[in-house]
Design a protein around this ligand. Sequence first.
Ligand SMILES: [Zn+2]
Length: 408
Amino acid sequence: MQNRAKSSKTKALRGLIYCSKKLGFSTKRYQKELNLLIGKKRPKVLKNSLYKIRLGKGYIDFFFRYPLKLSDIKQWNFKNRSLYKRVYDIAGILSMRNRRYRLKSIKGVRVAQFNSKTIRIVLEDIRPVLSKIAVEGNRLRIYLPRKSKSMKKSAVKRVQKQATRKKIKKRLNTSLSIAPSSKVIVIDPGHGGKDTGAVGYKRKREKDIVLAIAKRVYKELKSKGFRVYLTRRGDYFVTLRNRTKMANRVKANLFISIHANAAPTKRKYLSMKGLETFFLSPARSARAKRIAALENRVDMKNLSYYSKNVFLNFINREKTILSNKLAIDVHRSILAHLRQRYRVSDGGVRPGPFWVLVGAQMPSILVEVGYITNPTEAMRLSNPLYQKYIAKGIAQGVQNYFFHTQTR
Ligand SMILES: [Zn+2]
C-alpha cells in the first residue's frame, strides 16, 4: 500500500474506533485491522520443544514444553512405494535424538527434526494409517490404529475408495461458489412500535408493510439455505443501534434494512414512486439526504452534529465498495422479479447517510421498496403477491452477490 493511502486508512480506522467506542459499538474488528496496518506485532511465541515420548497401550504420548493447540499440528497422508504414511508436523525443537519405533500395530513410528523449525512425526504401515490425535495441555496423544485381522485387502480398498470419494466431494463443494449454509443474513424491517415510519395512502403504515415483506424475505433466504435473522418479528420498537448490534453479534455477512418511502408533500404523492436502494456513504444528492433524514429521525436526537459527521467521514472504504455491489445486485434482482408482472419505475442505486447502516461491520444496504404515499404503490405494497416478488428478488439478489464477489 502506498504511504498516503496507508496513512489515510490508519486515520480512518482510528476515527472509527474512537467513534465506535463513543457509540458503544464493538471496535474489535477495526482494532484488528489497525494492528495489521501499523504492523503491531503479535507477542513473540516461545519456541516449543518436544522433550519426552511415552509409549502407551494403543497410543503414544508426546510431551512438549508449552501447551499445544490442535491447529498447531499439520497432518496429512502420502504413499511412498509400498508404504502408507501419516505425517504430523509441529513447530518446535526436538530436544532428544531422532527416534524410531517398531510396534505391533504399526510398522513404524519415526520422530525427527525435519528442519530448523519443525518436528516431524511419521507413522508408516503397509495399509493406510488411520491414527487419531488428541491434545491436552502440553501433551499430544496419537492413537494408533488397531490391528485387526479382518482388515483384509478389501477393507483397505474400501477405506481408500472412501477417501477418494471424500476428496471429490470436497473439491465439488469448493468449486461451487456459494455455500449458503455458511452465510448469515440479517434482515431489518424498519421502524416498529411507537415508531410507525411513514404513513401513506389509506393510512397504510410503513412499519406494517416492511415487516410483512421482511418475513417473506426471511422465508425465501431460508429456503435457499442461508442462515437468517430478523431484527424484529413483531410490532415493537427497536433502536437503530440495537439492530446493527445484533447483526454484529451474530457475525452476519450481510445486513439488509427494508423500508418504504414517502413523498415530502401532497403535491408529489402521484409523481413520486419507484424502487430505490441505498448503501452507506456520506450523502451526495439532496434526494438521498432528504430520505436519510426521514429514516434517521428516531435515533439521531442523541448525537451531536459533530459526532454524526465525524462518523460519516470515517466510513470504511472497502465495506462501502462491497455494500455498493450488494445494492446493485439486490436492486437489479428486485426489479427483474417485479417486472415479470408489473410496471415499476427504477429509482436507482444511491449512496446515502443512513444511520442504521453505520454500526454494521458487514456490507449493508437499505431498500426503499416503494412509495406508500403513491396510491398505486401503496396498494401493491400491501398485496401479498407483490410482496412475494420483492422477497424473491431480494433473496436472489443476495445469492447473485455472493456469486459475483466469490468468482472474481
Ligand atoms: Zn423507513
